[in-house]
Design a protein around this ligand. Structure first.
Ligand SMILES: NC(=O)c1ccc[n+]([C@@H]2O[C@H](COP(=O)([O-])OP(=O)(O)OC[C@H]3O[C@@H](n4cnc5c(N)ncnc54)[C@H](O)[C@@H]3O)[C@@H](O)[C@H]2O)c1
Length: 369
């Protein structure tokens, strides 16, 4: 991620110092950037001169002291709160007073990270999506302590890099990683109950929903280990709300080392081209799609209800951050919020589980219409 973020900043004309404790990671990043630049030049998207300039503006080294004159530091090291806190404490001693300190964390508390800095008011989350040069969305997450004027400054800076910036409250999963949980969680639940097969669920979401990939295809792409870890963090930090409960099926996949594409096997076998096949069953596909969709819409209205972000930012995030065909709030309006509430109430009655409770955000939106 650090390498991709460095490319984005350099493409926008900034001088970048890319620090990693591992020289081999830095060497790998230089090779990858050079390959990317060659491809873009060959396609006519960049001139040779620009490609050389972009590469020359990035200096790589292992010495964190070289950040002393930086205006902005974006941390993208290992996803571990203690390690990140130690780094922010160190950065405090090195960088100048006006330097903004940001974390690219996907799931950790920005407020907790900021607390390790003596000047917590200059710390915030600046969360890019993978791959950073291609994905347009960036979430900016102010910590409780962050100076609001710095947030506005960073918002206009990152916007000038050609990114779509949204502002999220510092809560588990921020926007995208929170709203997307039911896409995986409800799909796993439907599979575990034997309602539908993995490939039918994927087909349902692609064919009926217009999603680019089905949930299992996407989990295989992300990696079951990574996806499980994010769900587990959100579940724990949401005080074990059953809506975010991780799946034992996914845990077992991780334990078996069936991580997805990167290990050659996940929900699908990537050595066999035939495994995506499923017998079509339009009635069942529709049922599966409707159930996952209402759970996604419920999560979006819950986030709106709790002031996690503006309605515009909530909808734009899913389109620009994870390629959803539509914003979830808008989707709810299109299919009718009454229908969404009815479906959720049915699930709630049938299962008797809090997981299916309809968000007050939906009830409120219905009564305002
Ligand atoms: N991979 C993704 O899809 C993704 C997306 C958005 C955000 N993020 C976040 O970005 C961060 C990095 O993720 P990644 O996937 O690039 O991880 P990664 O493991 O690929 O890269 C992390 C790099 O940090 C280096 N490093 C670790 N500790 C360090 C330290 N103390 N000082 C200097 N360098 C150190 C490692 O050598 C490694 O090269 C994490 O916080 C992650 O949650 C990842």
């Amino acid at each position: 991620m650090g390498s991709g973020i460095a490319q984005v900043a350099s493409q926008s004309g900034h001088y970048v110092i890319l620090i990693d404790q591992s020289q081999s990671a830095l060497d790998k990043s230089a090779v990858q950037l050079s390959e990317t630049m060659s491809k873009l030049t060959a396609k006519g998207k960049l001139t040779k001169e620009d490609a050389e300039l972009i590469q020359s503006r990035i200096i790589r080294n292992t010495n964190i002291e070289s950040l002393s004159d930086s205006d902005l530091v974006i941390e993208a090291i290992v996803e571990n709160l203690e390690v990140k806190k130690e780094l922010f404490g160190k950065l405090d001693q090195i960088v100048k007073g006006s330097c903004v300190l940001a974390s690219n964390t996907s799931s950790l508390s920005i407020t907790a990270i900021a607390s390790s800095s003596k000047t917590a008011s200059r710390v915030m989350g600046i969360h890019f999506f993978n791959p950073a040069p291609l994905m347009p969305l960036v979430e900016i997450i102010p910590a409780l302590q962050t100076d609001a004027s710095l947030v506005a400054k960073m918002q206009s800076l990152i916007t000038s890099w050609g990114k779509t910036v949204v502002i999220a409250k510092d809560t588990p999963g921020f926007i995208v990683n929170r709203l997307a949980r039911p896409f995986y969680g409800e799909a796993l639940r439907i599979y575990e109950e034997g309602i539908a097969s993995i490939s039918l669920i994927d087909i349902a979401m692609r064919e009926h929903g217009g999603f680019k990939m089905g949930p299992f295809e996407l989990m295989d792409l992300i990696g079951n280990d990574v996806n499980y870890a994010v769900t587990e963090t959100v579940f724990r930090t949401m005080y074990y709300d059953p809506r975010y409960r991780p799946s034992i099926t996914q845990l077992k996949m991780t334990e078996a080392g069936w991580l997805g594409r990167k290990s050659g096997k996940g929900y699908y076998d990537y050595n066999s081209p035939e495994t995506h096949h499923a017998d079509r069953n339009p009635t069942l596909e529709k049922l599966v799609f409707d159930r996952i969709l209402v759970m996604l819409i419920n999560e979006a209205y819950e986030a709106l209800h709790l002031g996690i972000a503006s309605s515009n930012d909530l909808d734009i995030s899913m389109i620009k951050g994870v390629n959803y065909p539509k914003g979830l709030l808008q989707w709810g309006i299109e299919i009718g919020l009454n229908n969404v509430a009815t479906k959720l109430d049915e699930l709630y009655r049938y299962y008797g589980e809090d997981r299916y409770r309809c968000s007050p955000g939906i009830r409120k939106a219905i009564s305002n219409v």
